[in-house]
Design a protein around this ligand. Structure first.
Ligand SMILES: Cc1cc2nc3c(=O)[nH]c(=O)nc-3n(C[C@H](O)[C@H](O)[C@H](O)COP(=O)(O)O)c2cc1C
Length: 199
């Protein structure tokens, strides 16, 4: 997998849930579809295809990071902007997402600077929940981890989808056209920021 040519933004969409009918997976999938519809090449990735054990320093010392962490990091490297749709669990983000981030952050190839894949991509955050705040509270912590812990550039714009159980139509689009436009705006800004960073 190679780094995309400069000035050609390529967006990766992932969700911090492996649940089959995950509201956040649907958000990430929709984001990728909106991106493609706006001529921005994109990929949706399901973390269910990249299972990893719970981080354990002994496991890392014995056998290194899991192969799936390396594969996911390479997939991230092949994109210049990354959108993360994150469930809110008790006002934080999901343990699946934290575990995935932690393993990827400890996966380094020869000659690779620490946290390089986080420091050289631009990120945008979203969330979906059946609650009234749409998982918004969990994004504060996720932003903190990305900015402070990983040194990542995170767009100030983010998207939270409340009442998610009733928000999608049968095609996976948002019934509320204003919300769909808001999501599109975040994605377009992500693509623009990725172009500036890599162009
Ligand atoms: C342990 C736990 C804690 C949760 N805490 C919150 C919460 O603080 N706020 C919220 O809006 N939803 C909360 N939920 C509900 C999740 O938003 C809901 O399960 C959602 O469907 C998860 O995202 P997904 O659909 O992408 O899997 C919680 C769910 C679990 C399992």
């Amino acid at each position: 997998m190679t780094t995309p040519p400069k000035s050609d933004p390529r967006l990766l969409f992932l969700a911090g849930s492996v649940r089959q009918n995950s509201f956040n997976k649907r958000l990430a999938r929709l984001g990728a579809a909106i991106s493609e519809a706006n001529n921005i090449p994109s990929t949706f990735v399901d973390l269910a295809d990249y299972p990893m054990p719970i981080y354990d320093g002994d496991v890392e010392a014995e056998s290194g990071p899991p192969e799936n962490a390396r594969k996911l990091k390479n997939l991230m490297r092949a994109h210049t902007g990354i959108f993360i749709a994150s469930p809110e669990y008790n006002a934080a983000f999901s343990p699946l997402l934290k575990n995935t981030i932690d393993w990827v952050s400890h996966t380094r190839d020869a000659g690779e600077a620490p946290l390089e894949v986080f420091r050289t991509r631009v990120f945008a955050l979203g969330s979906a929940s059946n609650g009234g705040l749409g998982g918004l509270r969990g994004l504060s912590m996720l932003r903190l981890v990305f900015e402070l812990g990983l040194g990542a550039l995170v767009l100030p714009d983010q998207f939270a989808l409340p009442r998610a159980a009733d928000a999608y139509d049968e095609h996976g689009h948002l019934k509320n056209k204003d919300q769909q436009e808001q999501l599109k705006t975040v994605i377009q800004k992500l693509a623009r920021a990725a172009r500036v960073l890599h162009g």
